[in-house]
Ligand binder design. Structure first.
Ligand code: ATP
Length: 447
């Protein structure tokens, strides 16, 4: 059965523990902008690293790129963004579908019947000016997607890497959209981050690669702990299909407000390379060595949101358990994603214990993000770590001074084992990479 957690619980945990804060809070906040706190930044970084590892590091048909946010304004004419977003727009307040108001026959959303926003000429791109004197400066845009930076570098990558089709280019970076309606915490904001792949293939093989990437991307979320039943793929109807797309699927997650898009997979055909060749006057062909023909590759685009992934991983990991009189709140985060991998907890603040604990702390920090906590009872400290998803706590007690052993306590099962200090790093390395713990899987995703 799919499971949902209430958004208030996630927002409250994120605030309380320093995952995510409202932007510019001391000035009253800035609508739909968010700041990632000390734990949030780690979680977000781990998600991006996990993605990069899966789509670049572990593959020989992918390379990375990091292009600038400000680009030549003609790019947005070629891509269709200047024209495509300048319609009189209304947006449905409930399902967020956008409609041209001059196309509509009634005052309600044609898809779900929901209430519509006021109509206005609206371009989603943020405009700014480049150059010291505003009147003379040229208008540039904050990119609304990272994809275009990849398309316009297609030849550069081809020439410098000698990649042959099929191959892909991956990029992670900020994107900006002046969304008509925002909300649902970090789900829809005006400044966000994307993780995008543009995978170039021979025309005719595009369907096969589309199916491949859809499966691959769904599996990535499951491998990192998202429950299968909270994910689904949904094909776009003809009406929803973007102007550049031949086919498109959304990977939806069951967010607290219901099923919504986490990632989009689109078959963009040759639209982008044809457009940029036309507007730039540069050839963006590819020489097929088998047939000796110049072709324009088709592009399969898996485009994911970093912030929506953060929200999905948090929602999916959130759990509450009755523990005696209290509720134990815990995040079953996959160890790869957990912001803090190990907490070092001396049983007391006695000097001798502290000395051992600090040495262990310094040693483990060479490998992972580690927290040291000696405040309040050991039970309280375990709770604090459970709530932020720390997979392991290492406790140093008086016995440790004699037998040179410490206790490892596991988050999900609360099982404990005693291990020699000199083997601690090796054992934690094995456990963080998935070794069994007392015959229990190291981390458990609750189904
Ligand atoms: P939506 O229909 O929800 O507005 P979209 O179809 O416009 O999304 P895409 O253009 O396909 O989104 O962008 C790819 C991904 O970027 C989305 O799947 C989402 O994860 C992320 N994304 C897009 N817009 C936003 C936003 N305003 N805030 C946060 N993430 C976003």
């Amino acid at each position: 059965m799919p499971t949902k957690v209430e958004m208030e619980k996630i927002v409250s945990l994120c605030r309380r523990r320093g995952f995510i804060f409202p932007s510019s809070e001391i000035y009253g906040g800035l609508s739909s902008c968010w700041d990632y706190g000390p734990l949030g930044v780690e979680l977000k970084r781990n998600i991006k690293q996990g993605w990069w590892r899966a789509v670049v590091q572990e593959r020989d048909d992918m390379v990375g790129l990091d292009t600038s946010i400000l680009m030549h304004p003609q790019i947005w004419t070629a891509s269709g963004h200047i024209e495509g977003f300048s319609d009189p727009l209304v947006e449905c307040k409930s399902c967020h579908l956008r409609w041209r108001s001059d196309d509509l026959e009634s005052n309600n959303c044609p898809s779900c019947g929901g209430e519509l926003t006021e109509s206005r000429l609206f371009n989603l791109m943020f405009k700014t000016s480049m150059g010291p004197i505003e009147e003379e400066a040229s208008t540039v845009y904050l990119r609304p997607e990272t994809a275009q930076g990849i398309f316009v570098n297609f030849q550069n990558v081809l020439n410098t890497t000698r990649k042959r089709l099929p191959f892909g280019i991956a990029q992670i970076g900020k994107a900006f959209r002046n969304e008509i309606t925002t909300g649902n915490f970090i789900f829809r904001s005006r400044e966000f981050e994307q993780m995008e792949i543009e995978f170039f293939v021979k025309p005719g093989t595009d369907k096969e690669w589309f199916d491949y990437w859809l499966k691959e991307r769904l599996n990535w979320y499951v491998k990192l702990g998202i429950k299968k039943e909270n994910l689904r793929s949904r094909q776009h109807t003809k009406r929803e299909l973007a102007h550049y797309a031949r086919e498109c699927y959304d990977i939806d997650y069951l967010f607290p407000m219901g099923w919504a898009e986490l990632e989009g997979i689109a078959n963009r055909g040759d639209f982008d390379l044809v457009q940029h060749a036309k507007y730039s006057g540069k050839s963006l062909n590819y020489l097929d060595e088998e047939t000796k023909e110049h072709i324009i590759p088709y592009i399969i685009e898996p485009s994911a949101g970093v912030d929506r992934s953060v929200l999905a991983f948090l929602c999916d990991a959130y759990d509450e358990e009755q523990d005696k009189e209290e509720i134990r709140v815990l995040l079953h985060l996959h160890p790869t994603l957990a912001p803090i991998k190990v907490a070092v907890l001396p049983l007391s603040r006695r000097e001798k214990l502290v000395a051992v604990a600090k040495t262990i702390y310094a040693d483990l920090r060479q490998c992972w993000m580690v927290q040291y906590d000696d405040a309040q009872s050991i039970g309280r400290r375990y709770r604090r770590q459970d709530e932020i998803g720390t997979p392991f706590c290492v406790t140093i007690d008086f016995q440790s001074l004699e037998d040179e052993q410490v206790t490892i306590r596991e988050r999900d099962t609360m099982n404990q084992i005693r291990v020699p200090i000199k083997e601690l790093k090796t054992i934690l390395t094995a456990k963080l990479s998935g070794e069994l713990f007392d015959n229990q899987p190291l981390w458990t995703t609750k189904s």
